[in-house]
Design a protein around this ligand. Structure first.
Ligand code: PCA
Length: 205
């Protein structure tokens, strides 16, 4: 019998004045109500350049995961996005929740400009699209905390010769977040749960 894969799903707390972060709500759901909750570990990260990546690194240094799915909110997107690449670059005018706005520049000087997801991104996208689920591949996770955590994690996995399949997944705003934002796309929680459930099912099988 095949051994059950070890799966870690991370999410973020709210940031930049939002009251909620859909990725945190999805983590809560995974912990409480997801049918295979015993097979999935979760980790909530602060929206902090200084703290988020090192928290995740200390978790993955302790435990070898087969899959690492990092969730985050990407306001303005209308589908769930599988991020294909992490850039070795910070570019933001917005501070993180520690009030820090890092200068524009590389995340780790002297390392690769970009690292690709170690997940079979197209396989996941195709299988989800076959089920008519709202999924797309994205080629930029942005220049803020999510991309930072993604790059640092992919780099750490590579440098420590870990075989984890890791991917960052950006989710849109929830409908209640866009009430005061005209023309901003959103996605209801049930659809997000369906997509995440499907992703985890593919990983578990
Ligand atoms: N989204 C931000 C950081 C935390 C989150 O949920 C981003 O896309 O960088």
């Amino acid at each position: 019998m095949m051994k059950t894969p070890r799966i870690l799903v991370t999410g973020f707390s709210p940031f930049l004045g939002e009251k909620i972060n859909p990725s945190e709500i999805l983590l809560e759901w995974l912990k409480k109500d997801f049918a295979f909750q015993s097979k999935v570990e979760t980790l909530l990260l602060p929206v902090s350049f200084a703290a988020a990546a090192s928290l995740l690194e200390s978790r993955i240094a302790q435990t070898s995961y087969d899959y690492i799915f990092m969730l985050g909110q990407a306001g303005g997107r209308s589908k769930i996005n599988l991020e294909r690449v992490a850039l070795n670059w910070i570019e933001t005018e917005k501070p993180d929740e520690d009030g820090v706005t890092p200068l524009q520049g590389p995340i780790v000087s002297g390392k690769e400009s970009a690292l690709f997801s170690t997940l079979l991104v197209s396989k996941f996208k195709d299988q989800l699209q076959e089920k008519q689920l709202p999924i797309a591949v994205s080629l930029s996770a942005g220049g803020y905390v999510c991309n930072y955590v993604y790059y640092k994690t992919l780099l750490w996995l590579r440098e420590n010769k870990r075989k984890s399949q890791a991917c960052f997944i950006h989710v849109p705003f929830l409908p209640e977040q866009v009430l005061d934002k005209p023309d901003m796309p959103s996605m209801d929680l049930e659809t997000m749960k369906k997509v995440l459930e499907e992703i985890l099912q593919i990983a578990l099988n």
